[in-house]
Design a protein around this ligand. Structure first.
Ligand code: GRF
Length: 222
């Protein structure tokens, strides 16, 4: 059941449409992305589709995933994108995992790293290898509800609006400079699942807009 108080569009999102506002005009060559994903990979899919539809002047050079069951890996096969499993359980420390990630990203000449549902805290080993070149998508309007279970946190706090944020990654979790956000109303009947599903619809737009903005920043045009 949807809320009778809100029209359909408003129950989806309270932001204006994001129409790839930061798309670069005349790129010399597509920027090489390294995508890190742990789960279903719907954000990875959104990136791959945006590239296929020429909404992003980029290419996914490699997908790195840490969970052998990650559906993101299946999606990468469908898009003919190389994928590399780096299971965190095989590494003695976060730093050791991050060094392995850096090695793979370097192997594929990655220029911009996108944490698209990467459920691991990253360390300076990754961030110093790619300074101001790592972005993340988080399911809340930061700086509210940092860390894990952000959607549950929003429901527990009884906020009426939450959303999602794409931001540059810094060592402190979910604290880097914000690139793009979208707001999503919390409906009276929402469960964690229904709210997260609506947030994810917006994440798929926000992550593409954020990559475009990041590319523009890196190329010095913004
Ligand atoms: C997203 O909600 C993202 O914000 C969070 O993890 C989820 C990943 O979803 N960090 P998916 O794997 O991209 O579908």
């Amino acid at each position: 059941m949807t809320s009778s108080l809100l029209p359909d569009w408003a129950s989806q999102c309270l932001c204006s449409p994001i129409v790839t506002p930061y798309r670069t005009a005349n790129p010399e060559k597509p920027m090489k992305l390294g995508v890190l994903a742990s789960g279903s990979g719907s954000n990875f899919e959104a990136i791959a589709q945006a590239i296929a539809q020429q909404h992003l002047e980029a290419q996914v050079a490699v997908l790195v995933y840490n969970n052998p069951q990650a559906k993101a890996a299946v999606r990468s096969q469908q898009h003919n994108i190389p994928a590399q499993l780096l299971n965190h359980r095989d590494y003695a420390s976060r730093e050791a995992l991050d060094q392995a990630i850096v090695d793979v990203l370097r192997q594929y000449d990655v220029e911009l790293v996108v944490m698209a549902g990467w459920m691991r805290v990253v360390t300076p080993v990754l961030l110093e290898a790619f300074p101001r070149r790592v972005l993340n998508i988080h399911p809340s309007l930061l700086p509210s509800f940092k860390g894990i279970r952000a959607v549950e946190q929003a429901i527990a706090a009884q906020v009426k609006i939450t959303g999602c944020t794409a931001h540059w990654v810094v060592p402190e979790v979910d604290s880097g400079e914000i690139l793009v956000q979208a707001a999503v109303p919390v409906l009276p009947e929402d469960t964690t699942e229904t709210l997260h599903a609506r947030i994810q619809v917006q994440e798929h737009r926000v992550i593409v807009a954020a990559i475009n903005r990041a590319i523009a920043q890196i190329r010095g045009s913004l």
